[in-house]
Unconditional design. Structure first.
Length: 195
């Protein structure tokens, strides 16, 4: 009977995946060993005590193996998160450098550069979310719709900026022409004949 109990226990432990279940099984195992009121002489005569002991050792090895596996998994996850933090820091530094460069540009170029930068950022974000939502097409599709809306808004802003720049250039030409005409009038007035 005890032999089959240890075999069942071992099979149950092998099925455990959750670390809470494993910890609970280990605590239960310790309690069983402490509170057992079996007649050890009777067990030992049949050789079952040795088999139970071997079964418990095997169960402990299995628990330890699963604990080590979970520890490695946690360490791998922590390393991946550290890598992600590092890449975010690098992206942040790159963004700050671009911002510093953009502040040195003339206003028209600054607007165009910032819009171009935003389009590039959205493209990179799209690649990131494509990987993130690879297993959930509906979430990815929803994200892409919102991304396209933002890109369309940016393109419309860029188009408006282009129209404004063209309009301002035309006005500048008109004002330059008027200034030229006024200079001609001043030259005529300064050196002109008033007879």
């Amino acid at each position: 009977n005890t032999m089959t109990d240890s075999t069942i226990l071992l099979e149950d432990v092998q099925k455990m995946k959750d670390k809470g279940e494993i910890a609970q099984a280990y605590i239960g195992l310790k309690e069983t060993n402490r509170s057992s009121a079996l007649d050890y002489h009777e067990l030992n005569e049949d050789g079952e005590l040795w088999l139970v002991y071997e079964g418990l050792k095997q169960a402990n090895r299995l628990l330890e193996s699963q604990l080590q596996s979970q520890k490695r998994s946690h360490e791998n996850e922590a390393e991946a998160l550290r890598g992600e933090i590092q890449s975010l820091k690098e992206e942040n530094n790159r963004q700050q450098q671009l911002l510093a460069q953009n502040l040195q540009l003339p206003p028209e170029a600054r607007i165009e550069a910032s819009l171009q930068h935003e389009i590039t950022r959205l493209t990179n974000e799209n690649l990131y979310f494509e990987e993130l939502y690879a297993d959930d097409p509906k979430k990815y599709q929803s994200y892409r719709i919102s991304l396209y809306k933002r890109m369309i808004d940016l393109m419309e802003q860029l188009e408006k900026q282009d129209k404004t720049v063209r309009k301002l250039k035309k006005q500048l030409k008109v004002f330059a022409k008027k200034i030229g005409e006024l200079e001609d009038i001043i030259v005529l007035l300064d050196g002109g004949d008033f007879t």
